[in-house]
Design a protein around this ligand. Sequence first.
Ligand code: HGY
Ligand code: MN
Ligand code: MN
Length: 411
Amino acid sequence: MDNLRINADRLWESLMEMAKIGGTKKGGVCRLALTDLDRQGRDLFTKWCEAVGCTVSVDAVGNMFARRPGRDPNRPAVMTGSHLDSQPTGGKFDGAYGVLAGLEVLRTLHDLKIETEAPVEVVVWTNEEGSRFAPAMMGSGAYAGVFSLEETLAKTDEEGTSFGQALRDIGYQGEGLGGRPCAAYFEAHIEQGPILEANAKTIGVVTGAQGQRWYEITLTGQEAHAGPTPMARRKDALVGAAKVVQGVNAIGHALQPGACATVGVLKVHPASRNVIPGECWLTVDFRHPDDTKLLEMDRRLRALVAQAAEEGGLTFKIEQIWEFPATPFTPELVDAVRRGAERGGYAHQDIISGAGHDAIYMARVAPTAMIFVPCEEGISHNEIENATPQDLAAGCNVLLNAMLDRAGVAT
Ligand code: HGY
Ligand code: MN
Ligand code: MN
């Protein structure tokens, strides 16, 4: 059963169909976790999976498992999957590609009437993006035991709606959490960076992922009148926040090669043009492939915030809300991906994932590896995100062959 091929047109059509759900004017997608648009995407996925004889189950945090039986129901399943939730100005392929590549594997096995020895499952993880509910990768994190069910369901969005309430509102709160017997988990994803395209490679053999830390920082000064208040008497929280934003960027540049440092959200209170800002709230996203450097970034951030506060007569609070270390994937599965790329005749290279993925948490509970394909100019988390049908099909062919390599084909 060497070197089977999926149906590239059908994969592309499914991606374009899914992209209509939450589609934006600029050609991207806004399908935030646990919104009605997320429900519509989940419903469509379920319909497609049931059409090829799969059963779909849902766990207590809304993770979905589409299962195709194998000859031996007692063998642990070979799994693949990703996420259907997107960023507010997200792209058509981030997450959806991994889910629909898994669906295309199910469809191809169905077409070819191939019975695998082990069951095959395709997973849709809840809230991978961490945009509406922070942190990211909550569904796979709860599944892997990183977050408790209680804390996951209790998380709230900006409007104060809880994760649990939103899950019930869309009708996707199932039962059970974790522990599904899994022989191997593969995840196909666009690279979301420029390396594969720059090196003219079709497949990224992902050996692991860099570590991440997320922070929420509050700087508090004193609201006052923008007119009569002398400059020397001001406690301007926004001036302090501006120093932190600049300093975070400087930490990223200082810890090269490898560091990434981003302030993605900055809120100013009371945000009135003739009031000196009394409070600022901002987020920091740090990443590095080396955990010791990530710790050094943490140290420098804490010193930076303390100094900015001291200079401005401000008080401050730093809360680290999330972290995970640099995560290696399973060498024998990484080899299976590399073999799949070689068999397919695809130009390939080893690569570390700069982005977080559900595979990072799956690696804590099962053998895990990822397959990357290039995206145009490495742009992602942007509505112009793009990839070619050929590259997406190549990644899906590698996925199919790597999964069969592990699941075995009943003779
Ligand atoms: O932030 C990430 O790396 C992922 O897109 N959630
Ligand atoms: Mn993603
Ligand atoms: Mn993403």
